[in-house]
Design a protein around this ligand. Sequence first.
Ligand SMILES: [Zn+2]
Ligand SMILES: [Zn+2]
Length: 385
Amino acid sequence: MSQREWIEKDFYKELGVSSGASQDEIKKAYRKLARDLHPDANPGDPKAEERFKAVSEAHAVLSDPAKRKEYDDTRKLFAGGGYGRGGFGPGAGGGFSQEFNIGDIFGGAGAGDGGLGDLLGGLFNRGGTRTSSRPRRGADVETETTLGFREAAQGVTVPLRMTSPSPCTTCHGSGAKPGTSPRVCPICNGTGVVSRNQGAFGFSEPCDECRGSGSIIDDPCVDCHGNGIQNRTRTITVRIPPGVGDGQRIRLAGQGEAGLRGAPSGDLYVTVHVSQDKVFGRNGDDLTLVLPVSYSELVLGTTVSVPTLDGRVGVKVPPGTADGRILRVRGRGVPKRGGGAGDLLVTVKVAVPQKLDREAVEALERYREAERASGFDPRAGWAGA
Ligand SMILES: [Zn+2]
Ligand SMILES: [Zn+2]
């Protein structure tokens, strides 16, 4: 875990103990929470699961005296310094990527960490001539959409309409009046941080002059009052990959709220709902289908043309197939993330005619006699019951 995350997280608060808590108190608090929040005790509750993870993480650090000391020291260094949540977001990591990152789609969890390495490293290696700053990254946005069954299985491109803060169109997010540009903060040289020496120790704290943004705007843009953001209704086109399941959350990097003054945008999370289909069902990557057949088809065998997501396929019902048997058609199910597809599972279900003409009824009566004569007894297994 990076120190940036350490600064953002309050492990004591997660466990509900004071920062002076003994190892024993920490252990007790953790045990109780872990029991209450355990996924087995809260099936299908994502909030409890999230809390469970957070509590486990807090315990992992606080229960180890060496790690706890490091954590305490790191936080002390930044106490009151305004390095709160998001203060040092992943400046270089996010970017205005419009790319739909397939690898991220099913991950869901990878939100917070831009993989930037730790804060302290970045902070202390900065030279005084550095002109770029690390302004606040935009917030993540949540939205949802409902897809048809086949759309979800095969993948689809859908428009999503959202009202959210976006980069100001007038100043392109810089916050400065068109024709002017923000100037580098002379106090911190654009780093957003000032160093103060006290005896043998050096301290770093956010620059007051620019409030940690590293730049100063003399002529603010009138449309966004200098923060570079406007509320806009926008429609974005989102490519939903094949095989997405009901309730799944998709992450679209850089499609969330715009960052302040041109900082990277947050991510967009789309929760997908999938509607039911009249014909198909789904079991993971497998597509399920109930195939109505007649009794004679089961006895004599037949080949039936059944629908798939992609055209039709002939399914062979072998002679003597039992009602309810599942026939598997390989590779004709739901497309998989890594290529290929699941199977199509066809369950045969006998349909009993409610109305037959005279000729058919007579044939059936003759058949019943012949069946008995051939020794078939459907309840042979019940002998003696
Ligand atoms: Zn503007
Ligand atoms: Zn400054």
